[in-house]
Design a protein. Structure first.
Length: 422
């Protein structure tokens, strides 16, 4: 009460001094003109944003509240979530046809193809910088959004392969630290455990699963300009390593065979992704996770492909400023922590990963750490010209064909495929 009385007296005093000190009637300026009245702040204009997505019902149930929370803080914004099963084909006609689609929630590896067809627009044209991306999101997730010198979207979640081991068969002390150690331990362990295998993965013909070895060795599949890095010093290191795997693994070995051996307790370590974890938990397996090893002679770890989901703006978006604000909110630390808890999504936001909440989820924290050591799955459309030559090269190495010849043929075929795409 005393504070209220003091403020009232002070207000009256200021009013009297203002009137008397100027010699002007109250409410007028010294020149006798009326004081200008304040202009009311205009109400924000209504904004409607349509998001095409592929979230399944269970995931969507945890995603939607984040968008509704944004609406609650921005009453003029309405967000419509539209599930589109065949988005890759739908966008080709819908967006050029002017259909109301503002945002695409789609695979990161589609950035190049969508950009080249004019189906998305760069957010860097609206103030989103590379520095912001690299400071906010882990490197491979941010890099996946860069294409032709511009930034094309916001990374929602990532996934990659890592090493998963059966604690009933090996301990964390048994996990190899280098590829040379991997080969040596696999020989010894297999010899001591007939009918079992130290390490399995789809080594025989799967480019995605073999990617960590190529990139860790210093090679690469393809770059944005269409250059290919299979027939190279790094490629030779990778191929020489891969050529030593067949005697150490089952014959043949594909994804199904590798997973079956691991689940049956006949393989100690498997190279696989977060999608396998629920299956292992359902089995009651006591498993551990380990970062992939250093590639001997290259001075760096094996580098798995990092892929995942991203959100991108279409040219039909009439309010990119609002859409970008929404997507920054959706990929903020708070939102990503919530989705990590609810959907087991692996965050891209650095602050989310470093949070106590995410670090308290060992599997999520591990896959985020492994992803940070990886490379983005190439987003260039030229990548479509690499899958078949690399798969053929893996099969040839598995069959014992000369390493140099395998690399030469793979390089030539990849370049031929890319030339056909240009």
């Amino acid at each position: 009460m005393r504070r209220f009385g003091f403020l009232t007296a002070l207000f009256v005093l200021v009013y009297i001094l203002a009137a008397c000190g100027t010699g002007s009637p109250a409410g007028q300026s010294p020149q006798g003109q009326a004081e200008p009245t304040s202009t009311p702040t205009p109400e924000p204009q209504p904004v409607s944003l349509v998001i095409w997505h592929g979230w399944q019902p269970e995931a969507l149930a945890n995603v939607e509240p984040i968008f509704r929370a944004y609406e609650a803080g921005h009453p003029n914004v309405h967000i419509e979530l539209v599930h589109v099963p065949d988005m890759a084909n739908r966008v080709i006609s819908a967006i050029p046809g002017g259909e109301k689609v503002d945002i695409l929630a789609f695979g990161m590896d589609w950035v190049g193809r969508l950009a080249d067809k004019g189906l998305i627009v760069p957010v860097s044209d609206h103030g989103v910088t590379r520095d912001f991306m690299r400071s906010t999101y882990i490197g491979p997730a941010a890099d996946a959004m860069f294409y032709r010198g511009k930034v094309w979207g916001f990374p929602e979640a990532v996934e990659c392969v890592t090493w998963i081991y059966n604690k009933a068969l090996v301990s964390d002390q048994d996990i190899p630290k280098t590829t040379d150690e991997l080969l040596a331990k696999a020989r010894d362990w297999n010899a001591a455990h007939p009918g079992q295998f130290f390490f399995v993965y789809p080594a025989q013909n799967d480019p995605y699963f073999s990617g960590p070895w190529w990139y860790g060795a210093g090679a690469y599949f393809v770059k944005e300009d269409g250059s290919v890095g299979l027939e190279s010093e790094g490629g030779l290191r990778a191929a020489q390593f891969l050529a030593q795997l067949p005697p150490l693994m089952p014959q043949p070995v594909d994804y199904v065979a590798a997973v079956a051996l691991f689940k049956e307790g006949k393989a100690a370590i498997i190279q696989n992704g977060p999608w396998l974890i629920p299956e292992l938990q359902a089995l009651g397996m006591d498993y551990g996770l380990a970062l992939m090893p250093e590639f001997s002679g290259a001075g760096r770890r094996a580098m798995p492909f990092v892929s995942g989901k991203a959100l991108m703006l279409t040219p039909n978006c009439e309010r990119p400023d609002v859409a970008i604000d929404l997507l920054k909110y959706f990929t903020s630390a708070e939102a990503q922590i919530a989705l990590a808890k609810a959907n087991r999504a692996i965050p891209t936001n650095k602050a989310a990963i470093a949070s106590a909440d995410v670090q308290a989820m060992p599997d999520i924290a591990h896959f985020a750490a492994q992803a940070e050591l990886g490379v983005p799955l190439p987003t260039t459309p030229y990548m479509s010209g690499l899958w078949e030559p690399v798969a053929a090269a893996l099969g040839a190495l598995w069959a014992g064909q000369p390493v140099e010849q395998v690399l030469q043929e793979a390089q030539a075929q990849a370049l031929k495929n890319i030339a056909a795409l240009k």
